[in-house]
Design a protein around this ligand. Structure first.
Ligand code: CA
Ligand code: CA
Length: 582
């Protein structure tokens, strides 16, 4: 009886809290499409679904930045620290920021006061490959939506934090998880899946953002059937992705990987969503002669129909775990819509965003061993065959030939999103120089178990800096400037109309450089390593900058010799907010 009474009291308190905030302006498709041009809010991962991470704001610039100071900081609390990779969202004076272990907080942007917290109840036995991170939420109507480590999608009332709907994406026990920020277009919330190291089948799903009802599903492994769903959940076939048996030998496509774990971008002018796809499974490429579509690719999907319009494969028949999940950032040049992608394999690609046609490709890291370049006519890499890890069949100790490969599978660039400035027409790419010893081993598929068929050790290339923030000209392929960093960069980038580039370092600094020259003009120590992308917005005439701080992610877990080199870095869990001192 007492329990019943207290829950009634809680319900009454929540209702009382909720009433004034229900007047909050619901987020519409139109507002999300315009997000990049409206610096008073941040409604999407990427500061606009195009993913440019550019804000036209210029109150903070090279001459004022000396007065940029903390406004407040908020701790994610508890004992749950580890990697904080979240990009916050900003709407109507509130910040929505996710944290490690599938948590999300709503905060008052002026004071940092906590408005509500939702902590997802995680089961034992979740299998995230690369730390218990989350990259951010989506916002639609009066809902805040985010993915969880046990592969669910949760929609919360933005005013109260109450669960409005909750949908299971897949079984966590089979290796599925979800860490990316969902993307919203035409009232649909679109998500991918994580789990490429467990032989899952990558896919993109679209749901009605208001209800969570599944609308379409598109597999990203060639040969699998796509579906649409009616209001009662009844599935109809919507065409096979590609042609069954064409780019995969035997039955390997059934457990083909190509996980869509970093989520997607969307361009309203093309009507296409762009999802990158991860490695084909298993890692041993000799088992799967062929291109293994659509692994290690950019896949452009019609947001309305769920059909693949084009694909471009960055690493056909990948043998190095060069996940091609990196974000495809669209921009306009000479009336044409193009997309830039800094791939884990070390090459930067420019594709026509409507057709996928390759426009340019060039290295953005200094050492690449697996290919000598990308043939712009065929769109294919010029491989160096002797630098592919060998076939383990009949090998000594049941191992294939071990090779030294650069980049390492942690990539020339990994999950940390780059930025594009329409002012300088440069991409700002957080990149790393490192390599790995890699070899193949026999493997058999077992549901829910690691499915690699390979062993590896990440290595440094020198005693010098591993990270470099590089300003890259997509037209010429030139690196215009670079700012090196001792530890590998693992956070994202922001660029502004104030001619600034902001990024964080594992050593804990949030820093800013002149966007044209790379000269560092400001830095601040946040107390733990930064592995998240910064944001900026304007509130009541003042420009704010924010970033989550908390060291973690894949490097300490998988980084071999590099992990040892950066073992001195401490964990954390907070968000920092800055503005100009008056
Ligand atoms: Ca906006
Ligand atoms: Ca992978």
């Amino acid at each position: 009886m007492q329990i019943r009474l207290s829950s009634l009291l809680v319900a009454a308190a929540v209702a009382a809290m909720a009433s004034p905030v229900l007047a909050q302006k619901p987020v519409t498709d139109q507002m999300i499409e315009n997000d990049a041009a409206t610096p008073g809010d941040i409604l999407s991962w990427g500061l606009g679904t195009q993913g440019q991470r550019y804000s036209p704001l210029k109150q903070i610039n090279a001459s004022t930045i000396g007065k940029l100071v903390p406004a407040w900081s908020f701790s994610f609390g508890g004992e749950k620290q580890r990697g904080q990779q979240s990009q916050p969202l900003i709407h109507e004076g509130k910040m929505y920021v996710t944290a490690s272990y599938s948590r999300i907080f709503a905060l008052d942007v002026k004071t940092g006061a906590k408005l509500w917290k939702y902590e997802h109840r995680l089961p034992e036995g979740i299998m995230p490959c690369c730390d218990v991170i989350n990259r951010g939420a989506a916002i639609y109507d009066n809902l805040v939506i985010f993915g969880t480590l046990d592969a669910q999608l949760v929609a919360l009332n933005a005013a109260t934090g109450e669960v409005v709907w909750k949908e299971k994406i897949d079984n966590y026990a089979d290796g599925y998880s979800n860490t990316a920020a969902p993307i919203i277009a035409n009232g649909l919330v679109m998500t991918g899946v994580s789990g490429g190291e467990f032989g899952v089948v990558g896919r993109v799903e679209a749901r009605d953002a208001k209800t969570g009802r599944l609308v379409w599903m598109r597999p990203t492994v060639e040969g699998h059937m796509g579906y649409t769903y009616d209001k009662d959940g009844k599935a109809s076939e919507n065409g096979v992705s590609g042609t069954t048996g064409k780019s995969w030998p035997g039955d390997l496509w059934k457990t083909g990987g190509a996980a869509t774990w970093l989520g997607g971008t969307y361009n309203a002018k093309t009507g296409l969503i762009y999802f990158g796809t991860g490695n084909p499974a298993p890692w041993n490429s000799h088992l799967r002669k062929g291109d293994n579509l659509y692994s290690c690719s950019t896949v452009a999907i019609d947001a309305k129909t769920g059909k693949i319009v084009w694909h471009y494969q960055n690493t056909p028949n990948d043998g190095w775990d060069f996940d091609g999940v990196n974000e495809f950032v669209t921009y306009e040049e000479g009336g044409r819509i193009l997309g830039g992608k800094a791939d884990r394999n070390g090459f930067f690609y420019v594709n026509d965003a409507k057709t996928g046609q390759l426009v340019n490709a060039f290295p953005f890291v200094k050492k690449i061993t697996w290919a000598t370049g990308i043939d712009l006519k065929t769109g294919r890499p010029n491989y160096v065959p002797e630098n592919r890890p060998g076939d383990p069949t009949g090998g000594a100790d049941n191992k294939g030939k071990s090779v030294f490969s650069a980049p390492s599978f942690l990539g020339g660039k990994n999950q940390m999103p780059m930025a594009y400035s329409p002012d300088t027409k440069l991409f700002y790419v957080p990149s790393n120089e490192w390599g790995m010893e890699i070899w193949n081993e026999p493997v058999t598929y077992k549901k829910g178990a690691a499915y690699l068929g390979a062993g590896f050790t990440i290595k440094t290339l020198s005693d010098g800096p591993i990270g470099a923030l590089r300003a890259v000209d997509p037209k010429t392929g030139k690196i215009v400037w670079e700012a090196t960093n001792n530890a590998p960069l693992w956070g994202g980038v922001l660029t502004t109309g104030g001619n600034l580039v902001f990024w964080g370092t594992p050593e804990g600094f949030l820093q800013a450089a002149d966007a044209k020259t790379g000269k560092i003009v400001w830095k601040f120590q946040t107390g733990s390593g930064i592995v998240a992308p910064p944001i900026t917005w304007q509130q009541d005439g003042e420009q704010y900058v924010a970033v989550a701080s908390g060291w973690g992610g894949a490097v300490p877990l998988w980084g071999g010799d590099v992990a040892k080199k950066v073992a001195f870095l401490e964990q954390g869990g907070s968000v920092w907010v800055f503005k100009l001192m008056k």
